[in-house]
Design a protein around this ligand. Structure first.
Ligand SMILES: [Zn+2]
Length: 412
C-alpha cells in the first residue's frame, strides 16, 4: 500500500528522513516516538493529557490484552479506540516478544535489551518473567503458553494473532515472530529466522483473507513484517530481503540487536538498506536518547520503548545536560533544589513545581509523582523528536546530534 507513508525530506549526511505516516485515525509526523500503552493505557497518564503532551501514536500489547480483558470485549467496545478513549493512531505488538520473554530469553536469563546494555534497565526487560519456568512450547504451527494471570492454556498461531489484532483494531498490526536472544547460536538464530519468515507469510495471507470479513472495528488496518536474524550480518540481510519481498505495508526491526550499542548500530546498518524506501520502518523496544539519535541517523522512522515512563516512576527524569541525559530525583542534592526539572521544558511539572517538591513526592511514594514525572519524560521525548524533525528538514541533523553528545559528555 503506497498511501501509508510519504517521505518529506532527507538528511544529506545520513539516512535520516522526515515523513508522514497516514493512518485511518490521523497522521504521524516522523521520526516519531510511539508511546507504550501495554494495557491499553500509558501508565499514569490518561489520553487527554497524552494529546496535550504531543504524543502522536500509541502501541498496545496483544499478548496482555488477550489475557485480560480479552480481545472480544475490546472489539465489542469499538476496538482499542472505543475501549480506551484514545482517538489517535495506534499499533499493536504481535506478542512475539512475549514468546521470547517467556521462553528462550528466560532460559538464558536475559532479555533482548537487558543483555545489550547490562544493568541499565533501559528498556524492555524480562523482569517479572523469571519465575515462570517451562510455560512455553514452540513449534512450526505456533506457540503454546500458560497465562501469567491464572495459569490457563493459550496458543498463538500466525493466523490467530492476526485475528486477535484485527479485533483489537489498531491502525498498524505486526506479524508474529520468534524473538531470539543475543546468547543464541548462529544455527539456532538461523532456524528461528526461517520460522519467522514462514510465519510472516502465513500472517500476511490471513490478514488479506480476513480483510474482507468486516469483523474488525478498523477496516483500514495495515500490517508490518518483522525482520529478525540476531546480530549476524548475513542473517539480517537475508531476513530484510525475505520480509521486504513479501509485500508488507511496513517493517519492524525486532529481536536481538546484539550485545552492545555498536552492534545495534551495525544491525541497523545491515538491515535498513534492504527495506523499501517508500515504506515506514519501526524499531522495536529502543528508547535511550543516544539510541534514538543513532536509529534516526540510520533511517528509522518510528520506535517504541516503555523506559521513559518506567524510569520516571522510579524517580529518573530526563535533563539535557546531564550524564546519559538523566537525573534521579531521589538523590539528596535535589531535596532543596528550587529549580524545575529542566529549565527549557514546558510540561506541567516543570512550569509549576521545583525539583525539591518533586523529590519530596517521589520519596513519599505519592501517586501524583508517577503522573508528573511520566508527563515530563514523555514531553521531553516529544520535544526531542520535534527538534530532530526540524533539524532534518533544514539539513542540520548532524549538528543536532553533536550538540546532544556535547551536552552529555560535557556534564559527565
Ligand atoms: Zn518538564
Amino acid at each position: 500500500m503506497s498511501g501509508l507513508f510519504r517521505t518529506q525530506s532527507r538528511d544529506p549526511g545520513s539516512l535520516a528522513r522526515t515523513g508522514i505516516l497516514i493512518t485511518a485515525h490521523g497522521q504521524v509526523a516522523t521520526p516519531a516516538f510511539v508511546a507504550v500503552a501495554t494495557q491499553a493505557t500509558v501508565k499514569a497518564v490518561e489520553p487527554q493529557t497524552l494529546v496535550e503532551l504531543g504524543i502522536q501514536i500509541l502501541i498496545a500489547n496483544s499478548y496482555h490484552l488477550h489475557l485480560r480483558p480479552g480481545e472480544n470485549i475490546i472489539a465489542k467496545l469499538g476496538g482499542l479506540r472505543g475501549f480506551s478513549g484514545w482517538n489517535g493512531p495506534t499499533m499493536t505488538d504481535s506478542g512475539g516478544f512475549q514468546v521470547f520473554s517467556l521462553g528462550v530469553g528466560k532460559e538464558h536469563g536475559v532479555g533482548k535489551i537487558a543483555s545489550i546494555f547490562p544493568g541499565d534497565g533501559s528498556c524492555k526487560s524480562t523482569e517479572g518473567y523469571q519465575r515462570r519456568k517451562s510455560l512455553v512450547r514452540l513449534g512450526e504451527q505456533g506457540v503454546s503458553f500458560r497465562s501469567i494471570i491464572d495459569g490457563s492454556e493459550h496458543f498463538f498461531s500466525p493466523e490467530g494473532v492476526i485475528t486477535l489484532q484485527r479485533k483489537l483494531g489498531a491502525d498498524i498490526v505486526l506479524a508474529l515472530d520468534e524473538c531470539t536472544s543475543p546468547l543464541h547460536s548462529y544455527s539456532y538464530t538461523k532456524e528461528a529466522m526461517g520460522r519467522t519468515h514462514r510465519w510472516a507469510r502465513r500472517c500476511l495471507e490471513a490478514f488479506r483473507e480476513g480483510a474482507k470479513d468486516g469483523m474488525s472495528p478498523n477496516p483500514e488496518q495495515v500490517v508490518y513484517g518483522i525482520v529478525q536474524g540476531g546480530a549476524y550480518k548475513d542473517l539480517r540481510q537475508e531476513s530484510a530481503q525475505r520480509i521486504e519481498e513479501m509485500g508488507f505495508d511496513g517493517f519492524a526491526i525486532g529481536g536481538s540487536l546484539g550485545r552492545s550499542k555498536e552492534e545495534m548500530h551495525l544491525v541497523l546498518d545491515w538491515t535498513i538498506p534492504y527495506l523499501g524506501l517508500e515504506k515506514p520502518r519501526h524499531l522495536l523496544g529502543i528508547g535511550e536518547i543516544d539510541d534514538i539519535l543513532a536509529a534516526v541517523r540510520r533511517g528509522v522512522d518510528t520506535f517504541d520503548c516503555a523506559a521513559s515512563t518506567r524510569i520516571a516512576r522510579n524517580g529518573t527524569v530526563f535533563v539535557k545536560d546531564a550524564p546519559r541525559h538523566r537525573i534521579n530525583l531521589r538523590n539528596a542534592r535535589f531535596r532543596s533544589d528550587p529549580h524545575p526539572i529542566d529549565n527549557d521544558c514546558d510540561c506541567f511539572a516543570c512550569r509549576h513545581h521545583s525539583r525539591a517538591y518533586l523529590s519530596h513526592l517521589c520519596r513519599s511514594g505519592e501517586l501524583s509523582f508517577y503522573r508528573l514525572a511520566s508527563m515530563h519524560n514523555l514531553r521531553f521525548i516529544v520535544r526531542l523528536m520535534r527538534d530532530i524533525r526540524a533539524a532534518i528538514t533544514v539539513g542540520r541533523f548532524s549538528e543536532l546530534e553533536q550538540e546532544w553528545q556535547a551536552e552529555r559528555d560535557g556534564s559527565a
